[in-house]
Design a protein around this ligand. Structure first.
Ligand code: MN
Length: 251
């Protein structure tokens, strides 16, 4: 099984090193193509206004001077001309990707890019709290969660979004397959200041996000100490609205 790994925290991120170790237990054909520097929050952006370079960092290890989407796109075009990866795994992100935050996530979007290319795609993120071994739950549970997924025929044009709760591995209560939750949009902090030239600036923060803890969501599962597994689809169509809208435009 050929596995391509990527992330949005950059080629030197500890979460990627951990994922490389875990993928190495599952296959001896593991490749890495990840952004050269951190790209968290870049979503599904594709670099159009600058050239992008592909640097060989080691055997089957490449860094891209661009976004997570650039990395997956370039890897599939330039690294695998004959035998494409059997699966693309993105992560393990330093921080959760839950609820509607997935639309900002470079980690999830890298997996989306692979799904668009017709490949099975999985995103892994570790929710963080406190200090110590922040990736303990992912370290203990990632292979356990990945093995059954890799044995499945995953639906085309979908991404499996997995989050690990912020606790030691032996405190994780199990795995829940759940739907995507949503956050209160009055979210995070906004720092306001004045730059050295006297111009005002704003800086988005991520702290103090209020969670809307609906039953059966990824947010609830992580809050309860479970690994959350959520299938996402690339097709964003809201099918229930098609009839109403079509009627509004009927002649
Ligand atoms: Mn990140």
């Amino acid at each position: 099984m050929r596995i391509l790994l990527t992330n949005d925290d950059g080629i030197h991120a500890p979460g990627l090193a951990l994922l490389e170790r875990i993928a190495g237990e599952l296959s001896d054909d593991v490749w890495v193509c990840a952004p050269a520097v951190e790209q968290s929050g870049t979503g599904h952006s594709l670099t159009l206004h600058l050239p992008v370079r592909l640097h060989e960092m080691g055997e089957r290890r490449f860094a891209v001077t661009g976004t997570p989407t650039d990395s997956v796109n370039l890897a599939l075009r330039k690294l695998f001309t004959e035998h494409r990866p059997d699966v693309v795994i993105s992560g393990i992100n330093h921080g959760e990707n839950l609820g509607d935050d997935v639309t900002y996530s470079g980690t999830v979007s890298a997996a989306m890019e692979a799904a668009l290319a017709g490949l099975p795609a999985i995103a892994l993120s570790q929710a963080l709290r406190g200090t110590g071994n922040l990736f303990a739950a992912a370290e203990g549970w990632a292979a356990r969660v990945l093995r059954p997924l890799l044995a499945l025929q995953l639906a085309r044009r979908t991404v499996i979004n997995i989050n690990f709760p912020p606790c030691p591995a032996d405190a994780v209560r199990g795995v829940r397959v759940v739907r995507q939750g949503f956050h209160d949009y009055r979210r995070g902090s906004l720092v306001e200041g004045v730059d050295p030239r006297g111009r005002p600036y704003f800086w988005f923060g991520l702290d103090d996000i209020e969670h809307t803890l609906d039953h059966g969501t990824d947010l609830e599962a992580i809050g309860d100490g479970f690994v959350s597994v959520t299938p996402l689809q690339v097709d964003l169509t809201h099918h229930a609205s098609i009839g109403t809208l079509a009627e509004a435009f009927a002649e």
